[in-house]
Design a protein around this ligand. Structure first.
Ligand SMILES: [Zn+2]
Length: 119
């Protein structure tokens, strides 16, 4: 550990240390996110960026196209590749489902951003 850690933003103590992605100050008990940890860690960044299958940034209200056929419970055909989905809403869904939308013939759905492409 030769890395120089930033002082505590609360009491400016120099005896801070890193614990997982958090910085900890032993003097005042302050815990904060160190600057270097935010880039790739969505859970620590205030603004979440959702990207589609090819890396376009998605936003609320976008129209996307499904890039691969998705199985849907109770539907023999599923959602076909090429299906257009209008007016998506970005959500913090379960199991990586970060798009909330409505698909014609299926109703409300949650999709993963990795299976769509911005139209
Ligand atoms: Zn402190």
């Amino acid at each position: 550990m030769s890395e120089i850690l930033p002082p505590c933003p609360k009491c400016s103590s120099e005896y801070t240390y890193e614990m997982n992605a958090l910085m900890v100050c032993p003097e005042c008990g302050n815990e904060w996110v160190s600057a270097g940890a935010t880039a790739d860690d969505a859970s620590f960044s205030g603004e979440r960026v959702v990207k589609d299958a090819v890396g376009n940034v998605l936003s609320d209200g976008d129209t996307v196209t499904v890039v691969k056929t998705l199985k849907v419970k109770g539907s023999p055909s599923g959602i076909k590749a090429g299906t257009k989905v209008r007016n998506i809403r970005l959500v913090d869904g379960v199991d990586g489902h970060d798009i909330d939308c409505r698909i014609d013939g299926f109703g409300p759905m949650q999709l993963k951003s990795s299976v769509v492409k911005k139209a």
